[in-house]
Design a protein around this ligand. Structure first.
Ligand SMILES: C[S@@+](CC[C@H](N)C(=O)[O-])C[C@H]1O[C@@H](n2cnc3c(N)ncnc32)[C@H](O)[C@@H]1O
Length: 226
């Protein structure tokens, strides 16, 4: 057996050092996102849900490379990833983002108002399952990052609204490594992610790759309609 398959590439503290090295050798996140991050840690529950420096720069880079005119984000939380994607959009690009928790709306709007990209951003407050069917738009890029139990449902709802050659990015698809084990029947989030990963693997209308970035990021490229 190939030793590389059974020995972790980095172990223990070196992972932290590698993470630091990466952050020291990529673009900075900028003052607005750094202060949003601090604000979230002081004022919100579960601040680790926000994309953060490395994934945020990755999302911006994806937008730079793919140049989407219309982006949809499912699961806004603080607006961190929304702002990163907005930063990478072409001049005529816009992003729609959906957040179910209306208590986050003030926090999110405060952050968007500070950004020079605020006019590119459309925030929808409500359940993505209700809002997506009302969006009379088609998208070049979708960032799927809401309730892990519903990933397959979101995917089915958005698929026809994604343009040919469009990209869907799905976050947390390695789910803290829990995808490797048989899930407890009550662990609906892990079950949701496992179902989603299986569905994506079997879908011949798309090309797909999973990156071990943060908690696992699946990149899906649409090659066929319906
Ligand atoms: C992981 S956080 C999003 C993080 C954000 N995309 C980022 O990268 O910075 C997930 C968010 O999805 C929201 N959410 C969960 N279910 C939802 C639904 N059905 N519709 C819209 N938002 C939902 C949660 O309230 C939470 O704020």
């Amino acid at each position: 057996m190939d030793q590389n398959n059974i020995i972790p590439r980095f172990s223990g503290n070196i992972n932290v050092q590698i993470d630091d090295y990466i952050l020291n050798h990529i673009d900075e996140e900028g003052e607005l996102l750094a202060s949003l991050n601090r604000d979230a840690h002081v004022n919100l529950l579960r601040p680790r849900m926000l994309s953060g420096h490395l994934q945020g720069r990755f999302l911006k880079m994806m937008a730079r490379i793919h140049r989407p005119k219309k982006v949809l984000e499912i699961g806004t939380y603080t607006g961190y990833a929304t702002l990163c994607l907005a930063e990478g959009l072409p001049d005529d690009g816009v992003i729609h983002t959906i957040e179910i928790d209306d208590e986050l709306e003030d926090f999110i709007r405060k952050q968007f108002d500070k950004s020079s990209f605020k006019d590119k951003i459309h925030l929808h407050t409500g359940d993505a399952l209700d809002i997506i069917p009302t969006l009379n738009e088609s998208f070049d890029m979708v960032f799927l990052d809401a309730d892990k139990r519903l990933y397959s449902q979101y995917y089915d709802l958005i698929f026809d609204k994604v343009n040919l050659n469009g990209v869907i990015l799905a976050d947390n698809t390695l789910w803290d490594g829990k995808v490797l084990n048989e899930p407890h029947p009550n662990d609906k989030q892990t079950i949701g992610i496992l179902e989603f990963n299986k569905k994506i693997k079997q879908d011949t209308r798309i090309e797909k790759v999973i990156l071990p970035l943060r908690d696992g990021l699946t990149i899906i490229y649409k090659i066929k309609n319906g």
